[in-house]
Design a protein around this ligand. Structure first.
Ligand code: HMG
Ligand code: MG
Length: 284
């Protein structure tokens, strides 16, 4: 039986959120439609966050209503709080991603609350998740290194995982927010996590600031990870994580998967066209 890897395309959200020049909504829609055409199984379309905090994605509703939703793809929206969840629901999303961190300073800088307070925000969302049978993924940023606090201990990550699973989230994406984790660091943390929970619950979300993302996802795949977040064209970064660059490029993630004999269901030529398109419209 051929094993498959699920790629979660985060370019339209993570890739675009920190670009300062306003990207026309039509260009975002075109990028997302090209990703759908390429067969991406899940696309994180946008985020319903405060437009004051992330001005680039202030057109979240417009983008959401204009994209062509392919029945074979899941379309996900990033939401920080109840207000964001309600907006995502109104805009047709049944898959959302919440986000918190393993280091408190990052949580404060990114969402103006502590980790515990972010869990309380998520708790208020539960009735809506349940009533609407929504699929919920949760990001944990700074699983290895925090741009403000430095190295983050595995115990902090494990505690956040436990709290998120207690809330009933379906998948947890482990973020190397500033791309500083080494393959050894990845192996160390995943071993601890997989001693407690099955690898199928987790995704890897590796930023490629120091060119370690390829090696890091390879380590993850070897340990049983079967969901990878990536960004077509390698674009990305978090406005509240100084020094962070893009996620591992989807083109690279797919190549690694295919070379290792995993199926992704993604058409590499169409994917490359989407990556080339988005790079061509971004400021150099
Ligand atoms: P706050 O200022 O504490 O919020 O921000 P508030 O509840 O006091 O509300 C202030 C104003 O924001 C109000 O408007 C609210 O209506 C509005 P005003 O009365 O001033 O006109 N507001 C909203 N508007 C639209 N949508 C909403 C929403 N919520 C409140 N959902 C808040 C708290 C969480 C809102 C803010 O900190 C925020 O939006 N943060 C998001 C930051 C962000 O998007 N960061 C990047 C994504 S995370 C990431 O990139 C990491 C990841 O990729 C993984 C990794 O790489 O590690 C996921
Ligand atoms: Mg990210």
């Amino acid at each position: 039986m051929i094993d498959s890897v699920r790629i979660v395309e985060v370019g339209p959200r993570d890739g675009l959120q920190s670009i300062e020049e306003t990207i026309p909504t039509g260009e975002k829609v075109k990028y997302i439609d090209m990703l759908s055409e390429a067969g991406c199984p899940e696309i994180e379309v946008t985020s319903f966050v405060s437009p004051k905090w992330v001005p680039q994605l202030a057109d979240c509703s417009d983008v959401s209503s204009r994209i062509h939703r392919n029945e074979n793809s899941t379309y996900t929206a990033l939401v920080p709080n109840l207000q964001g969840l309600e907006l995502a629901l109104e805009n047709g999303f049944r898959s959302v991603a919440v986000f918190t961190a393993a280091s408190v300073t990052f949580s404060q800088k990114n969402t103006n609350c502590t980790i515990e307070e972010s869990m309380k925000r998520f708790e208020t969302m539960i009735p809506i998740w349940e009533e609407n049978q929504m699929r919920v993924r949760a990001y944990i940023s700074t699983c290895w290194v925090c741009p403000y606090e430095g190295n983050v201990g595995a115990e902090s990550v494990v505690n956040v995982i436990q709290d998120l699973l207690d809330l009933g989230v379906h998948e947890i994406s482990l973020g190397d927010t500033i791309g500083k984790a080494t393959p050894e660091d990845v192996e160390y943390l995943l071993q601890i996590i997989f001693d407690n929970w099955p690898p199928e619950t987790f995704a890897l979300h590796m930023h490629d600031t120091f060119n370690m993302a390829s090696e890091n996802v390879t380590v993850g795949l070897g340990m049983g990870v079967r969901t990878l977040d990536s960004s077509a064209g390698g674009v990305g970064g978090c406005p509240y994580a100084p020094g962070a660059s893009g996620n591992i490029a989807t083109e690279t993630a797919v190549r690694i998967c295919h070379e290792q004999g995993f199926e992704t269901g993604i058409n590499i030529d169409k994917l490359k066209a989407a990556g080339t398109f988005i790079q061509s419209i971004l400021p150099s």
